[in-house]
Write a protein that binds this ligand. Structure first.
Ligand SMILES: [Zn+2]
Length: 256
């Protein structure tokens, strides 16, 4: 069984063929999807999706590209929505920092608020980090006990290990299929197997040769195979490890 630990299946781009994609995923043994928020106005849509598909679990939060005064104001309902939701809301996010896009002050405010909620409710956080690894690690030290995943990880082995040392996993996605992504391709050959989960970040993060087109959780198998090839390990043992890592991270999916 494979789990896509990060995909935006609630996005409109999947409205026309979501059902087909989920069925096709089932045939490839991709049996679970963690769908994180980009903004509070998307929460109702995510909750609806989770009520329609038992294989969908949610993270609720505010993405660093989508920060605004109004969105941060709506974030204040996070604990309440989490508490009253019948759907499995297992994590907070995605949140984080991005040096290239979004207002830095609002990103910081939004991040600290979400880390506070994660700490209070003992939920994992899904982090987005672009050129902000060291800064994020500094901030995380102020929230002892908070754990989670740095999703769509792009960075060096050392960057990844510093996150792993403070209790985080790294989300490995389609970037590793791109031959020029040398740093992350080198990093995944050495990272401890217990530190990784797999993700597509669909509809973004197209695989090599398809960078501009819509990505799909169906591609998770290609990411697994690429990781196996880079590590020169058999895909089955990696699949077993990442499934167990995903369970450790989100306490989901239940084992059968
Ligand atoms: Zn994302």
């Amino acid at each position: 069984m494979l789990i896509d630990s990060h995909c935006h299946l609630d996005f409109e781009t999947f409205d026309s063929d979501r059902q087909r994609i989920i069925e096709s995923c089932r045939q490839h043994n991709i049996c679970g999807f963690m769908v994180p928020s980009v903004a509070p106005r998307f929460w109702p849509r995510q909750l609806r999706l989770a009520s329609e598909y038992p294989e969908v679990a949610l993270a609720l939060g505010l993405h660093p590209w989508y920060v605004s005064e109004a969105a941060i104001e709506s974030l204040r309902d996070l604990a309440k929505v989490l508490d009253s939701s019948p759907a499995p809301v297992l994590a907070i996010g995605e949140t984080g920092l991005d040096k290239l896009k979004g207002n830095p002050e609002l990103q910081l405010l939004s991040l600290k608020y979400q880390l506070g909620v994660a700490q209070e409710l003992d939920k994992p956080v899904i982090l987005h980090s672009v050129k902000t690894h060291a800064r994020l690690q500094d901030i995380l030290r102020d929230y002892p006990g908070v754990r989670g995943v740095v999703h769509g990880f792009s960075g060096s082995y050392e960057d990844a290990m510093r996150f792993i040392d403070i209790g985080f996993k790294v989300g490995i996605g389609g970037l590793i299929t791109r031959p020029n992504a040398r740093k992350i391709r080198a990093a995944v050959t050495r990272l401890p197997l217990h530190s990784m989960v797999l993700e597509t970040d669909a509809p973004d993060m197209g695989l090599y040769g398809h960078e501009g087109s819509r990505n799909s959780p169906e591609n998770l198998v290609l990411i697994l195979n690429c990781l196996a090839e880079l590590r020169q390990q058999d895909p089955e043992s990696i699949q077993r490890a990442v499934l167990s890592n995903t369970r450790e991270l989100f306490t989901w999916p239940p084992s059968v």
